[in-house]
Design a protein around this ligand. Structure first.
Ligand SMILES: Cc1ncc(C[n+]2csc(CCOP(=O)(O)OP(=O)(O)O)c2C)c(N)n1
Ligand SMILES: [Mg+2]
Length: 374
């Protein structure tokens, strides 16, 4: 379906001239137009052929997803260690267990798309292409960090990678993401804003004000509920009148789907549908992605509200990385040796990031007086 934009241009098949007009240089504009066509092909194939065809994906692409999920896992484990050593201060919320959510959505994310999330944000940053060194340096409060060592775990941004944080106030990013989607529509840049929240965040009032405006103005936004089962120590059953979060947009006419967030392919399929819906000018879509966090809410949470057996069962039976690894091996997509090579590469990247973060200097004392907004 084609929609006509504000200046009579089609909103879907933007040629490179469209991106040039937006200020991208000639070669970048050409790449972006080609990428958009590829993403549209995936999004359209959902309508024409049904689910994303796993076998059609190039091996290099599948290897890349494995590498990226593993990078998040190992990075987070290392961050946990550095926290334990007293090298990371303040809050630190790890993403371990949820890797397939952000990496599953990668397939349909375009360079002009924007991403915004809450404080459980390290995975989203790495997936956006932010440098692990810069992220780790920010965690350890160093000058080379993304917020010059003054933001820490919850407050990192990259304008270059279109990552807009990193927000500590539960639900606040949903209104901001809706505003960013308004920006995409206004600028006609073919972008979609991926707005993430948790199973606790979805219960905030401002989420529904945002849903109303997004539906009313048909904004290109995909709302993603990362349901990891708990909001701090409160389970979904104890904190939500209804756990059917995909239905929360129904009064506003926002379509929603439930997704197995431990299955990369299921997330890809849902992402193709949701981003295709939003990118084609149909307004917002809602994904309720069921996942699990292995660690406590933050580093200071011993997680006494659940049993060790519960966590172990998910690890054994549903781990998103191990499931994907087994798929790759059972389908003979790659050998054990190839995967081990990727695992080594990821370990090296994380070791380099950790060393960089520990060796980098702390910010100058004069930085205390910069970036202050009154
Ligand atoms: C407006 C607001 N209320 C309460 C808090 C305290 N708080 C921090 S995290 C959190 C739980 C949110 O859980 P969820 O949305 O499920 O995200 P998760 O931590 O599971 O990723 C709460 C209540 C807050 N930061 N902001
Ligand atoms: Mg949660």
């Amino acid at each position: 379906m084609k929609k006509t934009g504000r200046k009579g241009r089609t909103m879907i098949d933007a040629p490179s001239g469209h991106f040039k007009e937006m200020g991208y240089d000639k070669s970048r504009a050409g790449i972006m137009a080609a990428q958009l066509r590829a993403v549209k092909a995936v999004e359209n194939s959902y309508e024409e052929e049904g689910p994303v065809n796993q076998k059609k994906q190039p091996v290099a692409e599948l290897m890349n997803y494995y590498e990226q999920m593993l990078l998040i896992r190992r990075f987070e484990e290392r961050a946990g260690q550095l926290y334990g050593m007293g090298l990371i201060g303040g809050f630190c919320h790890l993403y371990i267990g949820q890797e397939a959510v952000i990496i599953g959505l990668q397939k349909c994310i375009q360079p002009q798309d924007t991403v915004i999330t809450g404080y459980r944000d390290h995975g989203h940053m790495l997936a956006c292409g932010m440098d692990p060194k810069g992220v780790m340096a920010e965690l350890t409060g160093r000058a080379a960090g993304y917020s010059r060592g003054k933001g820490g775990s919850m407050h990192m941004f990259s304008r270059e990678k279109n990552f807009f944080g990193g927000h500590g106030i539960v639900g606040s990013q949903v209104s901001l993401g809706t505003g960013m989607a308004f920006g995409h529509k206004y600028k006609e840049d073919q972008g979609v804003c991926l707005t993430f929240m948790g199973d606790g965040g979805i219960n905030q009032g401002q989420v529904y004000e945002s849903f109303n405006m997004a539906a009313l103005w048909k904004l290109p936004v995909v709302y993603i509920v990362e349901d990891n089962g708990y909001a701090m120590g409160t389970s979904v059953a104890r904190g939500s009148a209804s756990g059917e979060f995909h239905k929360r947009g129904e009064p506003y006419g926002i379509p929603g789907r439930v997704v197995d967030g431990m299955d990369l392919f299921a997330v890809q399929e849902a992402g193709a549908w949701a981003l295709g819906h939003a990118r084609s000018g149909n307004g917002p879509a809602l994904l309720h992605i069921k996942t699990y966090r292995y660690r406590g809410h933050s580093m200071s949470d011993p997680a006494n509200y659940r049993t060790k057996e519960e966590v172990e069962k998910v690890r054994q039976e549903q781990d998103p990385i191990e499931t994907f690894r087994q798929y790759i091996l059972s389908q003979k997509i790659a050998t054990e040796e190839t995967l081990k090579g990727i695992e080594k590469q990821v370990r090296d990247t994380v070791a380099e990031a950790a060393a960089f973060a520990q060796e980098s200097p702390e910010p100058d004392a004069a930085e205390l007086y910069t970036d202050i907004l009154i």
